[in-house]
Design a binder for this molecule. Structure first.
Ligand SMILES: NC(=O)c1ccc[n+]([C@@H]2O[C@H](COP(=O)([O-])OP(=O)(O)OC[C@H]3O[C@@H](n4cnc5c(N)ncnc54)[C@H](O)[C@@H]3O)[C@@H](O)[C@H]2O)c1
Length: 439
């Protein structure tokens, strides 16, 4: 089977490499020439555990190919996946310009039947729009009889665990409107069925909606727990205990009950905004989702306020160590990262920032250029700092040498945005501690 995946980012590259690993002949297409040339030489453009090995192995086995030219490979394929970005536009809608550019290229060059599958997260009815644009263009080209199909196959992988998620997903959701499309998608995913997961077929609109509804649900749990955590602080309860008590109810479950300094990343913020817009367009206000976003925006400011409150607002000229820049551990993705909200507030208040992240330093430079100091390691970041703030819970931050930190820091305050430290243990080293949702 031959497929092309257009867009070689987090989703496109992981999907392409994993399909190739299962024996599919995959061509990854991207407009970024540097990225494509790098990949041909084994340079992986993103940090994603386990990805490099499968990319190199399958490229060498001639099952994984890279190109910048979609027209040159299009008519050699059975399926074209669209996996380009769908960021928010200025009003919060999903910006479909990248998707539609790919669709127009397909419509301009296809000469034989094709299945066109959206893997990008797109608003409900986008598959219909794609179908209509292609049909219209084919008719203009005198190709009225040329058949094609559209399908929706939203991606649920998590950055940081993307390879594993793709290889053994909880489920695969596929929206189709013909038996032929269902059969082709079944054939493609059959090797993964040996791992015992389910492919759930449904109609196109429901498939598109499933992706937004899933992300909205997860974001809701996060904002809900952040609200509970903030209330815990005010009334003297400990959210770590509350979380355990709640999570052991099987109707609630333990996942996604961790309070913190807000969600970020390339998906939740933009998908939350997009589903609100889908609601607006349909004349329906998504009240819960609206509150989820409001709570999250407030939560992203919480670390700065804790720091400022500790010094009674007298923070100009202070120095802060920030451990963790990526929006979550095991990724270099900085999109909408809570660390950015924190650092921008610190810089605006005249505070110097010394930051360290195990994978995202290069990405961070794109957002923060030389306005902060990029430290060589956690101790370099903490050197002569007035406080240590942790927005991202990388494993290597969990058991630092507190005796060394006690010696090198000017002032001994830890603000823990992910509740990874024990207040008692830090107190024994002479550190003040402020977590999320604790007394
Ligand atoms: N990142 C995630 O964890 C994740 C998870 C699930 C779903 N998604 C969704 O998947 C989609 C892709 O996300 P991503 O994080 O992989 O994006 P990304 O920004 O990492 O990658 C997108 C790639 O598309 C390329 N591109 C843009 N226009 C192109 C064109 N016309 N032709 C060929 N290539 C083009 C870009 O150069 C880039 O390499 C989005 O809709 C996102 O919401 C992302």
């Amino acid at each position: 089977m031959k497929i092309a995946i257009v867009g070689t980012g987090y989703v496109g590259l992981v999907s392409g490499a994993c399909f190739a690993e299962m024996g599919v002949d995959v061509t990854c297409v991207d407009i970024d020439n540097d990225k494509i040339e790098g990949l041909k030489h084994g340079v992986i453009p993103i940090y994603e555990p386990g990805l490099k090995n499968i990319v190199i192995r399958n490229y060498e086995a001639d099952r994984l190919h890279f190109t910048t030219s979609l027209p040159s490979v299009l008519n050699d394929m059975e399926i074209i996946f669209i996996a380009v970005g769908t960021p928010s536009d200025e009003e919060g809608n999903a910006d479909l310009s990248y998707v539609m550019k790919v669709v127009n290229t397909i419509a301009d060059h296809m000469e034989k039947p094709l299945l066109i599958v959206t893997k990008s997260t797109v608003p409900v009815r986008t598959s219909y729009r794609i179908r209509d644009v292609i049909r219209k263009r084919l008719n203009e080209r005198g190709l009225q009889k040329l058949n094609f199909d559209v399908a929706s196959n939203p991606e649920f992988l998590k950055e940081g665990a993307a390879v594993n998620d793709f290889m053994s997903p909880d489920r695969v959701v596929v929206g189709v409107e013909s038996k032929e499309a269902e059969e082709l998608m079944s054939k493609l995913y059959r090797p993964f069925l040996l791992n015992n997961f389910r492919v759930i077929f449904m109609d196109l609109l429901s498939s598109e909606m499933t992706k937004y509804a899933s992300n909205a649900m997860l974001a809701t749990r996060i904002s809900f727990m952040n609200d509970i955590a903030n209330l815990c602080e005010l009334v003297g309860a400990d959210v770590n205990m509350v979380r355990r008590g709640m999570g052991s109810d099987s109707r609630i479950g333990r996942s996604f009950l961790y309070p913190g300094c807000g969600y970020g990343g390339s998906c939740f913020p933009k998908d939350i905004r997009a589903i609100m817009k889908v609601g607006e367009d349909a004349g329906y206000e998504m009240s819960v989702i609206k509150a989820v976003e409001e709570v999250n925006n407030r939560q992203k400011t919480i670390l700065f306020h804790k720091f400022s409150r500790y010094f009674n607002g007298d923070i100009k000229g202070k120095t802060v160590a920030v451990w963790g820049l990526a929006f979550k551990p095991e990724t270099d993705d900085m999109r909408d990262a809570p660390s950015l909200t924190l650092i921008e507030s610190l810089l605006a208040a005249g505070v110097s920032v010394r930051a360290y992240d195990p994978a995202a330093m290069q990405e961070a430079r794109k957002y923060l250029d030389d306005r902060i100091y990029y430290a060589a390691d956690i101790y370099d970041a903490a050197n002569e700092a007035d406080a240590l703030i942790v927005p991202t819970e990388w494993k290597e931050f969990r058991m630092p040498n507190w005796s060394i930190l006690r010696k090198i820091m000017n002032n001994h305050l830890v603000i823990d945005g992910r509740n990874i430290y024990s207040k008692e243990e830090l107190a024994s080293y002479g550190f003040g501690y402020s977590g999320i949702g604790q007394k």
